[in-house]
Design a protein. Structure first.
Length: 111
């Protein structure tokens, strides 16, 4: 068994095995580690953010990517533009994609 493993990994000794085969296993391991530590969590966060974006509705308290806090009071242009009320009689038109997160009730009580 060890001889088979060493011949696959291209150990010195002139077994005639392809030296690239020995580099294949570490490269696969590095890719798997990158997938589970970087790519998979990012895809999960992106999916959760997309779900939140689709669930936005009138009356939700949100924060934009620029840090502006407001309440959604309406929409325009086939729901691609949100109208945020940031203060009494102060309304802003913002792109739906600029919403960073929705503020939940626990966050409001803590402030």
């Amino acid at each position: 068994m060890p001889a088979l493993l060493f011949s696959f990994m291209g150990a010195p000794g002139g077994s005639g095995a392809n030296p690239m085969a020995g580099m294949l296993l570490p490269m696969i391991a590095i890719f798997a580690i990158m997938y589970f530590l970087v790519m998979r969590p990012q895809a999960k966060r992106q999916k959760e953010h997309q779900k939140m974006m689709e669930s936005l509705q009138k009356g939700d308290n949100v924060v934009t990517a620029g840090g502006i806090y407001g309440t959604i009071v309406g929409t325009k242009d086939k729901d691609t533009v949100l109208i945020l009320e940031v203060d009494k009689n102060v309304k802003l038109n913002v792109s739906r994609s600029s919403i960073a997160r929705k503020i939940v009730e626990e966050e409001k009580k803590g402030s």
